[in-house]
Design a protein around this ligand. Structure first.
Ligand code: UN1
Length: 483
């Protein structure tokens, strides 16, 4: 099998290190591909190439940048079935989700193609006579982009596209579990005429590639999505070289279901939020908080639906829930299930590996009840298809439980009460509040991010991406000078 290369300074490059073997989590016998593992020296070369490309790219015409991003978006869209299939094969989300994510990535590129054309500043008068003030936006420089495995194309897209739109150069380190989609992005950028050095791909470990990126003084900013632990360590180090940082980390997202909720919709929100994408989303619903009047009905319907979900090969059209991404994540999920049982929570669905036709990391959608919010399964992010049901006396107590968490990414409420929906909108301590909608699944044209331990730095996505990918210069001009 040929080893797919990294992309550094406009060249596809090999590596002396043992390649990274990309395996299908639905069927470990299926090798998706082999990818060259970049080392520290290659990462430094990529950073140098990005540095060298920056002066010209930062002054490139906005039309050139818009055309590049639009071309990439168009090509992703044209190849959405094929790339979506690759995504499902290497990550394990279903084909439908894989294609959906790919289409989302295409839209992200097209959105930021448009944004490149409207980089605005502000022109103000000065309190001093004869002075005018211009507040302008400029590119930041070289951006290190570090992405997780759970959205192998959408997350890279929503970091790379705005970085390039605003005139920055990129060194991209994807998660080693999903090099296929990262490689596809690099190929599309290369074939769409991205100038050399402007975009570089370095597939490799956090210890080697990530470490160089975070430590290098020539990298001006790091955008990271991943675990809280890695994010905290990264931030502490990045500050040493005064980097701009943007971190998207975990969640422990609650869904409140009140007595007056539309039952079918509420159950659907919980199923989608907790189990789709195998629960491997930082926006996944992991705590379902119920008030007494709906408890029994909701619980029965949720358990029935969860048990009926078809777990299987991600590429099988009938599959609703694909496997865990790898053996490590599967073990984490199973370990948390035994932690929950030891803590006294009651298992009402799943709880073990799911029977499956192939040798993959299959796990059954799992529901605990009698969960107390102080239990570890209610406080720590599991990142698997494991949901907990918690009881609350009323809306007020449900909201208090929802907010009692170190995280603050997404929170949902299912209710037909305008009063409670409105109170929740104002008082949920999160960056994403969902009303009669699942906690996961977000749009590409609006800001994304959370509060507390979930996020750090400016928001990602939509118009707000400009905050992170540009810096501001305030220009004072004495307009009274000259003729
Ligand atoms: C979504 O719910 O559609 O890593 C997006 C994650 C998030 C993205 C979630 N950064 O799960």
């Amino acid at each position: 099998m040929t080893v797919k290369q990294n992309y550094i300074d406009g060249e596809w490059v090999d590596s002396a290190a043992a390649p990274i073997v990309d395996r299908n989590p639905s069927d470990v016998e299926d090798v998706v591909g082999s990818y060259a593992a970049a080392d520290a020296a290659q990462t430094r070369r990529a950073i140098e190439a990005a540095r060298a490309a920056f002066p010209a790219w930062s002054r490139s015409s906005i039309q050139e940048r818009a055309d590049l991003l639009d071309a990439v978006g168009g090509k992703i869209l044209a190849r959405a079935q094929e790339i979506g299939r690759l995504l499902a094969r290497e990550e394990g989300k279903t084909l439908k989700e894989g294609v959906g994510e790919t289409v989302r990535a295409a839209h992200v590129f097209k959105f930021h193609a448009g944004q490149a054309l409207r980089i605005a500043g502000d022109l103000l008068d000065s309190p001093r006579k004869g002075i005018s003030v211009l507040v302008q936006r400029e590119p930041v420089g070289v951006i290190g982009i570090i992405t997780p495995w759970n959205f192998p194309i959408a997350i890279p897209a929503w970091k790379i596209a705005p970085a390039l739109a605003y005139g920055n150069c990129v060194v991209f380190k994807p998660a080693s579990l999903v090099p296929g989609c990262a490689h596809a992005i690099a190929e599309l950028l290369a074939e769409s005429g991205c100038p050399r050095g402007v975009f570089n791909l370095v597939v490799g470990s956090g210890r080697e590639v990530g470490d160089v990126l975070v430590g290098a003084p020539e990298v001006d900013a790091i955008s990271f999505t991943g675990s809280v632990e890695t994010g905290r360590g990264l931030a502490a180090r990045a500050v040493g070289s005064m980097k701009k940082i943007q971190l998207e980390m975990g969640g422990k997202n609650p869904l409140i279901v009140l007595d007056d909720a539309d039952l079918d919709n509420a159950v659907e929100c919980a199923i989608q939020g907790a189990f789709y994408s195998t629960g491997q989303r930082c926006t996944a619903t992991s705590r379902v908080i119920l008030t007494p009047g709906i408890y029994a009905r909701f619980r029965a319907a949720l358990v029935e639906k969860a048990r009926a979900l078809v777990v299987g090969d991600a590429l099988d059209e009938k599959t609703q829930i694909g496997p865990a991404v790898d053996a490590t994540q599967l073990k984490t999920d199973l370990d948390y299930i035994s932690v929950g049982q030891k803590e006294g929570a009651r298992l009402v669905a799943g709880g073990d590996r799911a029977p499956a036709p192939k040798n993959g990391f299959y796990i059954a959608p799992t529901i605990f009840e009698d969960v107390h919010n102080q239990m570890r399964i209610a406080r720590e992010e599991i990142f698997g298809p494991v949901a907990s049901i918690l009881r609350a006396k009323n809306y007020e107590e449900a909201l208090a439980i929802a907010n009692d968490t170190p995280f603050g990414l997404s929170a949902g409420i299912c209710t037909t009460s305008l009063k409670h929906a409105d109170h929740f909108r104002r008082n949920a301590q999160v960056g994403l509040a969902m009303i009669n909608a699942p906690t996961a699944g977000v749009d590409y044209h609006v800001p994304f991010g959370g509060v507390k331990a979930s996020s750090y730095g400016p928001r990602e996505q939509g118009v707000n991406a400009v905050e992170f990918y540009t810096r501001i210069k305030t220009v004072y001009t004495n307009v009274s000078i000259g003729g």
